[in-house]
Design a protein around this ligand. Sequence first.
Ligand code: ZN
Ligand code: MN
Length: 147
Amino acid sequence: MLTHGLERTVRYLRERGVRITPQRQAILEYLDQTDSHPTAETIHKWLSSRMKGISLATVYNILHLYRDLGIVMELSYGDMSSRYDGNFVNHYHITCRDCGGVFDYHRDLVDGIEERAERDTGFKDVIHRVEFVGVCPGCQTEKKGAN
Ligand code: ZN
Ligand code: MN
């Protein structure tokens, strides 16, 4: 989902002089209707079935534009493809080490930790990241079924 919904996000982009091309509109729609944290490749595959001739590079460019404008979050996983999240309100993610699925985990675990880190270190604009990794319920069921 998009943090502020599709219409408000489009308005916000227009106010910043961003031209909303059909490709840009389609990617916003896609991000608004999913909580699956897609990779650029996933979005490209889906988009290619609706529009002819859109390149993966174009999808990356659009996602990076949205990231730089602060309307999507890029989740990086070392060497693996980044995933994109239209919800930029601070929340955690939990990743399945079997299927690679990335799920939201909304919970305020460490309230006030940024302020504390700023006090301790003299840094400013501190954010924190926490990564959870495990085996998702779906993969647990599959494993049981295989036995
Ligand atoms: Zn899984
Ligand atoms: Mn998320």
